[in-house]
Design a protein around this ligand. Structure first.
Ligand code: SAM
Length: 368
């Protein structure tokens, strides 16, 4: 017999009383429920001991590239003092630590003015709450840079499916005491017209074609645009432009669940105990930012961005400064240890820039 989580039991009771939930409502509960939601449940789920890892887990390189990026932004803004950076969905705060370490070592004058604020649901800060953001703005002033690495993919999404040329929305219902999916007309005009906004020819797509619709991402961009008086919005995540994301060949969408480094496609299993994510529609972030007065500065792959920010030069510099023994004393223990440590570092960089993996993440910079 399969066990149910407490959250699952509460959701079943709620659906039996109030009727089916949109998938977005279900996902919000599974991830954000104040008692049992995945992101609220105390101990961190990120990292090698958790359910998944992020770029910051692969050595110091990613944070260093961000440090260089923030330094360039500071220069471009003519060196405001302080430079207020708000990292949203900061998780364990590892990027902050890495960026601070880089700044202190490489750019002390920048480190001295860097005012870095890590926000996360796990610390009780919801970046989809306008009150939370406004309060912080009133207390500390407007941010110059808003940074989000793998945040937007965690926002609750609506699910839609094409059936005989019609668009249906997927809801979560209950059958024989278990959560199940049902299809019904879209829950709002926003959901019904979303794909048309990005000129996706879904009417000609085959039966069963699915897509995720992240309305919270639009709301999040609106909130950020209000906060940014002068500065940058920097978003890193997996996803793509709408035309590539919502393509005919991606038949079942991009929704995935993560539990202990295993991936599955069963979001109704064990709500609250597994992460649920969907790829980000970057066209939506770009269009919505533009509608609120921001300009596109950069949209590229993580690999190309890391290259621009000197990841390979940093690796080469490390080899020259710390790993000469790997070349010159190969026969000795010292040389062998140096070689293994060097391979490890090089592998971190290859993983971060892998065109079939993290290297294909997207980096978006908008400017006001
Ligand atoms: C995939 S993790 C990324 C963590 C970190 N940025 C990194 O690179 O390791 C997503 C993080 O976003 C946070 N998060 C999700 N929705 C949030 C929200 N509405 N407000 C604040 N944090 C949120 C989660 O708690 C989680 O720590």
């Amino acid at each position: 017999m399969t066990t149910t989580t407490l959250l699952e039991q509460r959701l079943i009771a709620r659906i039996e009383k109030e009727g089916p939930l949109t998938f977005a409502e279900y996902m919000r509960a599974a991830l954000y429920d104040p008692q049992d939601g995945y992101y609220r449940a105390g101990a961190s789920r990120i990292g090698w001991a958790g359910d998944y890892f992020t770029s910051g887990d692969l050595g110091p390189f990613f944070a260093h590239c961000l440090g260089r990026q923030l330094y360039q932004m500071w220069e471009e803004l003519r060196r405001p003092q302080p430079l207020r950076v708000w990292e949203q969905g900061a998780g364990r705060g590892e990027l902050e630590a890495g960026i601070r370490a880089w700044s202190e070592q490489q750019r002390p004058e920048f480190a001295a003015v860097l005012s870095y604020r890590s926000l996360d649901l796990q610390r009780g800060e919801d970046v989809l709450s306008s009150e939370t953001l406004q309060e912080l703005q009133e207390r500390e002033g407007s941010p110059h840079v808003i940074l989000a690495n793998e945040l937007v993919d965690a926002f609750p999404v609506h699910l839609v499916e094409v059936r005989r040329g019609q668009l249906y929305e997927i809801y979560v219902s209950v059958e024989e005491g278990r959560l199940c999916e049902i299809a019904a007309p879209p829950s709002s005009p926003e959901v019904a017209t979303y794909l048309d906004r990005y000129r996706i020819p879904w009417r000609s797509f085959p039966d069963g074609w699915r897509a995720e619709i992240n309305l919270e991402a639009l709301r999040w961009v609106q909130l950020q645009a209000k906060l940014l008086r002068r500065g940058f919005l920097l978003v890193i995540d997996y996803g793509d432009r709408a035309a590539r994301l919502y393509s005919r060949s991606r038949l079942r969408g991009t929704l995935l669940c993560y539990h202990r480094h295993r991936i599955n496609e069963q979001p109704l299993v064990k709500p609250g105990e597994q992460d649920i994510t969907a790829h980000v529609n970057f066209s939506a972030l770009i269009d919505e930012s533009r509608r609120h007065g921001l300009r596109l500065r950069l949209f590229t792959t993580q690999r190309a961005w890391l290259e621009r920010q000197g990841i390979f030069e940093e690796l080469e510099e490390l080899r020259r400064s710390q790993f000469m023994a790997a070349d010159q004393e190969r026969a000795s223990d010292q040389g062998q240890i140096a070689l293994l440590r060097w391979y490890n570092l090089r592998q971190q960089v290859l993983t971060l820039t892998d065109p079939a993996g993290l290297g294909n993440f997207k980096v978006l910079i908008m400017r006001r």
